[in-house]
Design a protein around this ligand. Structure first.
Ligand code: PHE
Length: 342
């Protein structure tokens, strides 16, 4: 029996010392120390020994068990250390390698111009108002004094949402004027930037979706001089103090008198070139004095109050500012284009 125990100890210690992984070590532990293991099998035979020999073998069996247990423990920690060393090698990090460069985005050129314009008007005491892009024809047409037969009401011009023509994608930011005047009494000083929609084919200067900034001022004693002063201040700030404007008579149903405002060509300085098509001037916006019918329609007495309004195309303003000759560039999100604007 003593020989059996000694043999068991030496074969167990040999096996355990060369176990190559934690799983194998566990199998060996069960094989030698488990309930159905080899040591238990030997201990079962103790009953066949004379009573006085049993304590001696009991003690020997315990020391064999203790030796095997400590061999398992030390092999386990050796295997752990090996695994850690291997992982450290595999996951080694070279902190001296230069970091991956994080590309910073830039503002879109239209956002630059829009933010600047917003700042300029806020500086002049305006606040910013918003209105819905899906608009009632009541606000985009009727209350703006646009007659029933006007071409803008054609299905070929406007994106209608409903068959009965009562709801459509707004074709201008002007309905915000009406909504704001219905909710506020003068003095009124707002701008309203946003998207507008028209059934135009896409080309170098058209897009079915583009952006406008509406402006509206209503108070006692507002004159065309206030309109000119305000728009000249804007043009001076955006295009430089020596930029020149031209106010040309025009017609809008919701302003009277109405005008279009041009800036002297930023490319040729007025001599005439490809950008201004030889005109020397570039069209920038529509404007005018708010029509008395529009004021009366929202319950503002046109005998007491007067006002001016304007609508600027943001794409156009941006293209003139940066001398961009194709509007589509503003929508393509090509980084080679966009990264040129700081
Ligand atoms: N809404 C007009 C347009 O889209 C511009 C405009 C706005 C004209 C306000 C006069 C007053 O062309």
């Amino acid at each position: 029996m003593r020989e059996k125990l000694d043999a068991l100890r030496s074969s167990a210690l040999g096996d355990i010392g060369t176990a190559s992984c934690a799983a194998e070590l566990e199998i060996l532990r069960v094989k030698y120390l488990g309930k159905k293991g080899e040591l238990t099998a030997i201990l079962r035979q103790m009953g066949t020994l004379p009573a006085d020999e049993r304590p001696v073998f009991g003690a020997l069996a315990n020391s064999v068990r203790a030796d095997i247990e400590s061999a398992v423990a030390s092999r386990a920690s050796a295997l752990d250390a090996e695994a850690l060393a291997e992982r450290l090698l595999r996951e080694r990090l070279d902190v001296t390698v230069p970091g991956a460069r994080v590309e910073l985005g830039r503002r879109h050129p239209m956002s630059i111009v829009l933010d600047e314009t917003r700042d300029i008007f806020i500086g002049m005491g305006f606040s910013v108002a918003e209105g819905p892009e899906v608009e009632l024809s009541l606000y985009d047409f009727d209350k703006l004094n646009i007659p029933p037969n006007h071409t803008v009401r054609e299905w070929s011009d406007t994106f209608y949402i409903t068959e009965d023509e009562s709801v459509h994608l707004r074709c201008q930011t002007s309905p915000v004027q009406v909504r704001y005047m219905e909710a506020h009494r003068p003095p009124i000083r707002i701008i309203s930037p946003g998207r507008v929609f028209r059934r135009d084919e896409t080309d170098a200067s058209h897009s079915p979706m583009f952006h406008q900034i509406e402006g509206l001022v209503v108070d006692r004693g507002i004159t065309f001089g206030d309109l000119k002063g305000t728009l000249n201040a804007l043009v001076g700030r955006i295009y430089g103090e020596d930029a020149k404007t031209r106010f040309r008579p025009h017609h809008f149903p919701f302003t009277e008198p109405s005008c279009e405002v041009d800036v002297r060509c930023v490319v040729c300085g007025g001599a005439g070139c490809r950008t201004c098509k030889g005109e020397g001037w570039l069209e920038l916006l529509g404007a005018g004095m708010v029509h008395p019918k529009v004021l009366a329609g929202v319950g503002i007495d046109p005998d007491i109050y007067s006002g001016f309004a304007f609508g600027i195309g943001v794409e156009r303003m941006t293209m003139l500012r940066y001398n961009i000759d194709d509007m589509r560039l503003l929508y393509e999100n090509d980084l080679r284009f966009l990264s040129q604007f700081a």
